[in-house]
Design a binder for this molecule. Structure first.
Ligand SMILES: C[C@@]1(CC(=O)O)c2cc3[nH]c(cc4nc(cc5[nH]c(cc(n2)[C@H]1CCC(=O)O)[C@@](C)(CC(=O)O)[C@@H]5CCC(=O)O)C(CC(=O)O)=C4CCC(=O)O)c(CCC(=O)O)c3CC(=O)O
Ligand SMILES: NC(=O)C1=CN([C@@H]2O[C@H](COP(=O)(O)OP(=O)(O)OC[C@H]3O[C@@H](n4cnc5c(N)ncnc54)[C@H](O)[C@@H]3O)[C@@H](O)[C@H]2O)C=CC1
Length: 314
């Protein structure tokens, strides 16, 4: 991973944009939508920025760049049409440990701008690490078509109810399961207003899941991660515990790729065949979902034969 993806809180923080043209106004729009206090430094302003100044949305310094202007900012965006000047600003910012982005000069960027899907409070940021902006725009368009418009209000609703769910369920596992059941229910997917969400929420909160027992899934891994079935992937992403068979360096590396695809905070253990059954059954009885990742057909058959109460996914 070349860049660290994070979401930065710039609410009410001072941000400097150097340059006052087309690119600057796009960056200013983005910064204003995140409620930053924006100052634009430029000898000239385009119409949009002049309007923002007249509406007191931004502060403006009408002047050419000078390093003394780099005062009290948390970050600097550089958008002038002068590449030598852009480099100078970058250097001055680096000396002051100021985060800096020079538009369209990735080598002069301490951070880069992703392609953004904004369904606030839900946000998706996509990056190609600077390699292919059109590819990430394409991915954004595909994702936007897939994601329902109601995702934003759903996120806001879940945020409001989180405390109530915490009070109702004492363990993280129970809370996670509640939310998974809630988000995957048909009523929530079809809900068009908050009243409908509230109704389904209240219903699910007071109706305990009938099956409190967990599950064990044996998943025989294909040769490559690309070939993994969607159903297997979904189970791996819902699992509370991942057990995987270790056998030989080459295999371990391959299995590590699959383990990477599992839910980020699932517990992960190499499978010790002797105590496997006890290990897995005990976790199942605690209501947890256990995925066992198996490498070879032989192992798969042995485990399937020795352990009955197991759902098998080939
Ligand atoms: C490093 C970065 C700059 C930064 O962080 O500021 C950067 C760099 C460069 N872009 C260039 C070109 C284009 N950029 C776009 C579009 C977008 N570019 C964006 C981000 C980034 N672009 C950052 C890396 C992000 C990452 O990869 O993770 C998006 C996401 C956001 C935004 O810019 O606001 C937005 C899509 C938003 C969306 O629709 O979702 C298009 C297409 C279009 O306009 O439709 C083209 C023309 C096609 C082409 O040339 O590929 C060039 C060559 C310039 C030249 O040749 O003169 C460079 C310089 C270089 O690559 O060296
Ligand atoms: N417009 C676009 O969509 C794209 C632009 N670019 C590049 O990004 C750069 C900026 O593009 P635009 O905003 O369209 O250009 P622009 O010409 O509209 O704006 C440049 C701005 O820089 C300001 N400026 C010039 N010297 C300055 C100085 N000494 N101090 C402070 N500000 C100064 C100017 O006053 C002007 O407001 C250009 O190099 C352009 O080639 C690259 C890709 C796309």
């Amino acid at each position: 991973m070349q860049y660290l993806p994070i979401f930065m809180d710039v609410n009410d923080k001072n941000v400097l944009v150097v340059g006052g043209g087309e690119v600057a106004s796009r960056k200013v729009d983005l910064l204003l939508s995140a409620s930053a206090k924006v100052t634009v430094l430029s000898p000239r302003l385009n119409d949009t920025l002049q309007r923002y100044r007249d509406d007191a949305k931004i502060t403006v310094i009408i002047d050419g760049y000078h390093r003394d202007y780099l005062g009290h900012y948390v970050m600097v965006w550089v958008t002038t049409d002068n590449t030598l000047l852009n480099k100078q600003v970058w250097q001055d910012c680096c000396e002051r440990n100021l985060l800096v982005n020079v538009a369209d000069q990735p080598e002069l960027c301490e951070f880069i701008t992703p392609s953004i899907i904004d369904r606030s409070p839900l946000q998706i940021a996509i990056s190609s690490g600077g390699l292919s902006p059109v590819l990430i725009r394409y991915v954004r368009e595909k994702l936007e078509a897939l994601l329902p418009e109601t995702l934003g209000p759903l996120g806001a609703f879940a945020g409001e109810q989180r405390e109530r769910v915490k009070q109702q369920f004492s363990s993280v596992t129970e809370r996670r399961r509640f939310w998974e059941r809630f988000f995957s229910s048909k009523a929530v997917m079809l809900a068009t207003d908050k009243g409908q969400l509230q109704q389904e929420f209240d219903l699910q909160l007071t109706t305990p899941e009938s099956d409190v027992d967990g599950d064990i899934y044996l998943i025989k891994l294909p040769d490559e991660t690309d070939l993994l079935r969607l159903r297997s992937l979904r189970l791996m992403q819902q699992a509370d515990v991942i057990l995987y068979v270790e056998d030989g360096d080459d295999c371990n590396e391959r299995i590590a790729d699959f383990v990477e695809l599992c839910r980020r905070d699932a517990e992960r253990y190499p499978l010790l065949s002797a105590d496997f059954s006890t290990q897995a059954q005990a976790r199942k009885q605690q209501g947890e979902r256990v995925c066992v990742l198996i490498n070879s057909t032989a192992q798969f058959e042995t485990l399937t034969n020795t352990l009955d109460a197991i759902s098998v996914v080939a």
